[in-house]
Design a protein around this ligand. Structure first.
Ligand code: ZN
Length: 51
């Protein structure tokens, strides 16, 4: 799991030795503290409807 901020350079990931729970909590904490939008690389890609 890897989460990163769309508004600043903040990021957290399990590759840094954190558990997925810790990454999730860190992302929530960052959102609460800053109001920034945190995105995750684990999210499925948006569904694109083609004509
Ligand atoms: Zn941020």
């Amino acid at each position: 799991m890897y989460k990163y901020c769309l508004d600043c350079d903040w990021h957290a990931g399990t590759d840094e030795g954190l558990t997925e729970r810790e990454v999730s909590k860190a992302a929530i904490d960052h959102f609460v503290e800053t109001g920034h939008t945190v995105d995750s690389l684990r999210l499925p890609p948006p569904i694109v409807i083609e004509n």
